[in-house]
Structures are given as C-alpha cells and as structure tokens.
Design a protein around this ligand. Sequence first.
Ligand code: ATP
Ligand code: MG
Length: 180
Amino acid sequence: MFLKRLEIIGFKSFAEKVSIEFVPGVTAVVGPNGSGKSNVIDAIRWVLGEQSAKSLRGAKMQDVIFAGSDSRKPLNFAEVTLILDNTMGLFPLDYTEISVSRRVFRSGESSFQLNGQTCRLKDINDVFVDSGLGKEAFSIISQGRVDEILNSRPEDRRSIFDEAAGVLKYRMRKKKAEFK
Ligand code: ATP
Ligand code: MG
C-alpha cells in the first residue's frame, strides 16, 4: 500500500486545485516557513476522518476552508481526495486503487466519498482501521506527538501498539459487541 496522489481544492492555504503525485522516490516535502508543508499533512489527516479542529490547528472545522488572501477572495468549500494503491489488498475493498474524498462547506454541511460513492465517516474508519494509516495510526506522527507518546499513561500508549500489531480492530469489535 502506498499513497499515489493527493488532490486539494480550497483547503487551508491551497486556494487553487493542486495535485501532488507521490511518485516513487518522493520522501520529503520541503519549503520555507509558512509555505504549506504542514497543511499537506493536515489535508491527509482530514480526509482520513480527523474530527478534531484543534488538532488541525483551527477552532472549528470550517477553518480548514481557504480564508482568503490579499489577492483572492475566501472560498466556500474545501475538498481533499487521497488516492491509494491497493494492489496488495491491504484494504478490505475489491479495488486496486482506493480514493477517499471529503468536502466541507461554510454552512457546515460535509460529506465523505469512498471510490466515488457517498459514505459515512464510519465506513472510512472501517477501511483504515488496522491498516496503519487511520487518523490515529502510527504512520502519521505530528509534532508534539512524540513527547505525548513517551509521557502518556501506559494504557494509552498500549493502544498505539495494539494498532501496530493489528489487535485494535478486534478490541473495537469486542467493545461494540459488549455494548449491544
Ligand atoms: P513551518 O515550516 O513553519 O512549519 P509550514 O510550511 O508547515 O511552515 P503551514 O503551517 O503548512 O506551513 O502553513 C501555514 C500557512 O497556511 C499560513 O500562512 C496560514 O496563513 C495559512 N493558512 C492556514 N489556514 C488557512 C486558511 N483557512 N486559509 C488561508 N490560509 C491558511
Ligand atoms: Mg509546519
């Protein structure tokens, strides 16, 4: 599994549509301070279902929408699409390529799509749990998270190992079964 492409329209500093191709060999994003490097990572976490505006460095979810600049008017919606390779079948879907999209409007209206079909956040979570790529997963470690991991309570730290070991999925299913 690997990231193939990230398409961004109106998300944070990306007013115009940009398409970032993660061709083999791409290992880093570099640029001056404030040029949007962290916004690229925020876009990936957002499309994978991040629900905390604070962890996306905003106050409310609509803060991810391009807010305007000296030369451009603010936009009314933000949309991010992430295209992933699934030739190894890591994700439980019968497609060799998976695309996940998320869109939010200033009115607050928002939606998710999986391979072009409107779906719920839960469907996105179900696809990514255990893949190492979910919004809580170990493949995205933000600034500050390293300290958090080292200083967290053993039980909280354990969930990171559970996810990495593939146990989290079963723990979640057990919890759901017990709740019913
Ligand atoms: P650093 O090297 O300092 O970490 P960076 O490349 O990671 O910088 P980002 O944090 O990704 O930079 O980008 C910050 C920029 O994004 C700021 O200029 C900020 O004004 C802009 N920005 C954030 N949210 C929005 C928004 N909703 N609309 C327009 N611009 C935004
Ligand atoms: Mg940054």
